[in-house]
Design a protein around this ligand. Sequence first.
Ligand code: NAD
Length: 372
Amino acid sequence: MKTHSISRRKFIHNSAIAASGFPFVSSLASVSRAADSPSRKLGFALVGLGGLSNGQLAPALRLTQYCRLAAIVTGTPSKIPTWKTRYNIPDKNVYNYETMEQMADNPDIDVVYVVTPNALHAEHTIKAAKAGKHVFSEKPMEVSVEKCEQMIAAVKKAGRMLGVGYRCQYDPNHIECRRLAREKVFGELKSIEGGFNRNITATEWRVKKALAGGGPLMDVGIYALQTCRFVSGLEPLEVSAKFDPVTDPVKFSEVEEGVEWEMTFPGGLKTKCTTNYNRNDAKGFTVTAEKGTFGLDPAYNYNSSRGTRSDGQAINLPAVNQFAAEMDDFAHCIMNNRPSRVSGEEGLRDVKIMMAIYESARTGQRVKLASL
Ligand code: NAD
């Protein structure tokens, strides 16, 4: 793995990373103490200037300690002037999807953040890897196991690092739920129930199978799936699933309108999740353990998760900007040659499980999961 040797003059303790309660905060502090040379932030290139890049990622980059927006990749020339002016991006750092590989000659860019429709993540990741860049891909990592494996192989061949945008792994309240589960504060886990539903317009690429790969499961159901794995620290042994009835056959002619699925984990933990594109009524999760319950609702908002415990205590730690925290953590991983908690392998596990969920919903059979 090629790493960046970047030292820090100063560690600011109230950074997004510190606020997220990371175990590596002390190691960051020691890095900074040892440092006495000027620091450089890692340059990020955003690929795809749609809703997430515009509304969340570019503003979040301004809040990071270790990253800066250095470049953009877009297929829409009319967006370029505004982005150049707003983020002070020079002409030489503006690319389109065909010229991305020319980034190889651009030392301003360290990390390429892929924010295009799901089924384009592999294409853009592989181009970035060929240009010798580290890659951070939005979730879901891709739309098939094979394409995820191609991404992992390409980035590995380039000797770079691959991460996936699982922002909730940086949310303090999700981290607190994981602590309650792993420290068995309420005893052994029995069940987790959760879901993420949202209404969607019919014109989006999200209802086109070729670009989205699937419906709400690939888009937002993945958050409920991640919760079950992240909170419990376990991998599912088998899944069973069924599609929701289709109430809008025009809108949902290519992808599922909704799906519910159950997973069985080692030790007997059972989970039950829902996801649907035509309802707006599930945004959280409840964990039931031997001696009580806890959970978050809402769980998946960008900056405002909160929840309760059955002993009456609130789960309401101060919010961090999850996107700033995930990007700072990825930069820190690169700088210190430390594996990312949201690695390509982690993204691949979810895609394997989602494929099993689809198989079960299609066949009506339980699907066993091989070792993840
Ligand atoms: P969007 O539709 O708002 O933006 C997508 C961008 O990709 C647009 O700029 C569009 O021009 C570009 N694009 C390039 N080729 C395209 C093509 N062939 N068809 C359509 N668009 C094309 O989507 P978004 O909401 O920004 O989502 C982008 C990615 O980010 C998705 O993978 C999505 O799952 C993910 N996402 C993650 C979060 C999160 O909270 N982590 C939130 C929203 C979206």
